[in-house]
Design a protein around this ligand. Sequence first.
Ligand SMILES: Cc1cc2nc3c(=O)[nH]c(=O)nc-3n(C[C@H](O)[C@H](O)[C@H](O)COP(=O)(O)OP(=O)(O)OC[C@H]3O[C@@H](n4cnc5c(N)ncnc54)[C@H](O)[C@@H]3O)c2cc1C
Length: 400
Amino acid sequence: MINLETPRKFRAFVNQAHQVAAEMLRPNSRRYDLAEHEYPVELDMLAAMVDGLGASGTGSGAGASGVRRTAAAEDGVVNGSNLSSVLSIMEMCWGDVGLLLSMPRQGLGNSAIASVASDEQLQRFDGVWAAMAITEPGCGSDSASIQTTARLDGDAYVLDGEKIFVTAGGRCDAVVVWATLDKSLGRAAIKSFVVMKDTPGMTVERLEHKLGIRASDTATIRFDNCRVPVENLLGSADIDKGFAGVMQTFDNTRPLVAAMAVGCARASMELTRELLTEAGVQIDYDRPVHLQSAAAATYLAMEADWEAAYLLTLQAAWMADNGQPNSLQASMAKAKAGRTANDITLRCVELTGPLGYSEHHLLEKWSRDSKILDIFEGTQQIQQLIVARRLLGKTSAELK
Ligand SMILES: Cc1cc2nc3c(=O)[nH]c(=O)nc-3n(C[C@H](O)[C@H](O)[C@H](O)COP(=O)(O)OP(=O)(O)OC[C@H]3O[C@@H](n4cnc5c(N)ncnc54)[C@H](O)[C@@H]3O)c2cc1C
């Protein structure tokens, strides 16, 4: 049975993640918010530590790479790397979302590799920092309409097309690229390919300037006659086993993004509570909200919303660890946590007034950082669409 307490075996690890967030991420938050596109060198040491924890087995699932599913346990339950990933990501994003997204070797492409790579590929791409490139100028939410092509030519696939908004696309070692083997076959022909950064024909064209998560680089990448070895196609080359395979990645990555939202929202709530307390606002759990100040009532409502987002996120990750299909729960968690983080972080700015709006505190930054968490890995509207399809038993053709 599911038990949503933090498992005892993860407690030390989660505390460690919190300490790192408090001592390394928070103190550098404002600096890299203001110095967009400057590489946060502090992360190199941190990433080496995370690698060490992963190698020792103490911290399997320390970041985005920890989402590989293992076979379901025959008896009992598993608290595995999906759960430890969301728990550590919550702590790290309590520190800083943009810096977490810039962690070497913990890119969303690493999650894709962990989710669908063969054992041989997993070994070959071990230690590679991989970004994820799905979005194109003419295709975002509707990922089945991808125009980037992959043409088989001897021992290589030849990639042509343009990818936009690639997180860590400038800094990574490789990009996991979604491309179609045959446009006429629709979604079934979409495959993902690991393209190493030095591959001729692959060019990082520019980096975006953004509202939030400015510590994280976001790149436009062009593929022009770019030859990728056939063995870099992730999963099966079989057209019949197409889209479901690449989409499976989202079941693992959406809980991670939900966890980022939960962590960022908690940071905002904690600081807001401190500032409200300093201002003399009392939050009382023993009195009905209608007998408390408007600020206290608002805070209590935010806490309830946050708790729902937190529990849905744990549920989605736990199901992944226990071999249960979790597309519905992953989308519910992402939708709830993304929207809740947007609401909470903005409301915290509102509750704290000029203090929240100014750069004296990080509240205004968190309200900017959280916005993306309701957009990438599928927007709020797309998550709701997926939830509706799953609940009503409709296909994507029947409910658009
Ligand atoms: C900072 C940043 C980082 C990103 N990182 C990555 C990355 O690493 N890799 C990557 O591949 N992509 C990345 N993205 C892209 C992101 O995933 C897309 O922006 C997102 O999926 C939305 O796609 P779109 O921008 O094409 O919007 P569109 O699909 O054009 O949607 C526009 C609006 O219409 C709504 N909408 C669309 N279809 C429907 C529908 N059927 N019903 C109701 N509403 C609908 C959407 O919810 C949205 O509000 C990133 C984006 C940003 C801004």
